[in-house]
Write a protein that binds this ligand. Structure first.
Ligand code: PXG
Length: 455
């Protein structure tokens, strides 16, 4: 039914509770209603066309409007809309997708557990690594180390693994056995160190924490190759190889949360390939289906899969919709699009470098303290003083002003504190990147004008 924006907003106020939102504030301002999309463009219920600089929520990698994905869903729903994978059963789509994932993931990955989201996949990770060490006769290895400003989901384990104090403050988190270290955030924490020196230092915090806890109590370390929701924190090149070395030294399992970086965001299939490390487990979701249907999973490396299979015994874990056939059929088709159309190669050789060049031009803006990015992910740090990296107070206010101007100017950019973020669909063209850069600069100018900063 086609209603007016005001009618939808009224229903929203009366009946709907949004994720991560203050309902009272939202009721005052009214919700934006997105009604359709094509390529990198969204339309709202007032007919405004908006450039989606965030690919939905970091997920619509192949862009909106791909008929093949609609057709894959229609065909599967017609044939077999649902069946489970419990009780000695499987369906063709879950098997086809498993085999395809083994092909596109790094060589150590040949097995997958499916979930319906990144959060559920990370809950699976926690249960799986604890089960692995139990099976190996080291039941005291229970602790998972993760990082402040990491984001690993919103379930009890996901939010606990994440390093968002505002999330921990609600629901008595973290759950026991999860410990955090500081992130490899050079712009914020690097001081006078070179990025390379800082990267080694930041990895050293992991070793220090392992030694403090006792190496025989640490089950795993989990991190996003680039911390996305935490502000696009891109570690120096020295960081991940050193993290891998430390994990190997203490036999700590290494988990790469690829929910944002996976499926091409950084110009390789997976972020761990871009940063040069070999994880034991990978969390996947989002770009796996380009967000057309909900699906996630855990890629299980051979080292762990062999133990789980050869030990015998049941891993008492799974969801009604683990390996949902329709979601699997869509994810499989989506991954084939990424592969057959060489979309990720294009990100690496063309779209990525082009976007990064245009993005770096914003460095001369008086509000911009640092520009960073890789592939099709980017961030701008808005600061009060470029030289000293001095922040605005309270943090987040200027970011929100800028983000609101972005909406007004027909551009979706995320604000994390005062860091502005983009992660557009991977199929974005040069012309659309030009438009993104133009609109971003206009929004920075408008923000500077509100602050009374001369441009
Ligand atoms: N891991 C990472 C790295 C994520 O970015 C999750 C796990 C959880 O996935 P699900 O599918 O359960 O949401 C995510 C999700 C934001 C934002 O504001 C980011 C996410 C989710 C919601 C908001 O940037 N990332």
């Amino acid at each position: 039914m086609q209603r007016t924006t005001a009618e939808w907003q009224a229903i929203d106020r009366q009946h709907y509770l949004h994720p991560f939102s203050d309902p009272k504030a939202l009721h005052e301002s009214g919700t934006r209603i997105i009604t359709r999309a094509e390529g990198v463009w969204l339309w709202d219920s007032d007919g405004n066309r908006i450039l989606d600089g965030m690919a939905g929520l970091w997920c619509v990698n192949v862009g909106y409007g791909r008929r093949e994905l609609v057709e894959a869903a229609t065909a599967q729903m017609t044939e077999l809309p649902y069946y489970n994978n419990f009780f000695k059963t499987a369906t063709p789509p879950v098997l086809e997708l498993s085999a395809l994932l083994a092909e596109v993931t790094p060589p150590q990955f040949n097995h997958v557990y499916f979930s319906n989201s990144g959060s559920e996949a990370n809950d699976t990770v926690v249960r799986l690594v604890r089960r692995y060490w139990d099976v190996l006769g080291e039941p005291q290895r229970k602790i998972v180390i993760s990082r402040w400003q990491g984001y690993h989901g919103s379930t009890m384990a996901g939010a606990s693994l994440g390093g968002m104090p505002a999330m921990h403050a609600q629901g008595d988190l973290p759950i026991p056995g999860i410990v955090h270290i500081d992130p490899p955030y050079w712009y914020g924490l690097g001081g006078t160190l070179s990025p390379e020196e800082f990267g080694l230092n930041a990895a050293g915090w992991l070793e220090r924490k392992i030694l403090e806890l006792g190496p025989d109590r640490v089950a795993a370390f989990i991190g996003e190759p680039i911390q996305g929701a935490g502000g696009v924190i891109i570690p120096p090149a020295t960081y991940w190889p050193e993290i891998e070395r430390i994990c190997k030294k203490y036999a700590v399992l290494l988990v790469s949360d690829e929910v944002i970086c996976g499926f091409g965001r950084t110009g390789r299939w997976f972020g761990c390939e871009t940063f040069g490390f070999e994880p034991d487990l990978m969390t996947i979701a989002k770009g796996m289906s380009s967000g057309y249907l909900p699906i996630g999973g855990v890629m299980v490396g051979d080292k762990i899969a062999t133990v789980m299979i050869e030990s015998g015994g049941e891993f008492n874990h799974g969801y009604t919709y683990s390996g949902h056939p329709t979601c699997c059929a869509v994810a499989e088709r989506n991954i084939r699009i990424l592969r057959d159309e060489k979309i990720i190669e294009t990100v690496a050789a063309d779209a990525g470098p082009y976007l990064q060049n245009r993005w770096r031009e914003l460095a001369d803006h008086p509000l911009v303290g640092e520009v960073r990015g890789i592939g099709l992910i980017g961030a701008l740090e808005l600061v009060k003083d470029k030289l000293t990296r001095g922040r605005f107070a309270p943090l987040g206010e200027v970011g929100t002003v800028c983000r609101d101007f972005c909406f007004q100017q027909g551009l979706i950019m995320r604000a994390v504190g005062d860091t502005m973020i983009i992660a557009p669909p991977l199929i974005i063209t040069h012309e659309e990147i030009d438009e993104l850069a133009l609109r971003a600069r206009r929004c920075l100018d408008l923000t500077a004008a509100v602050l009374g900063i001369a441009n």
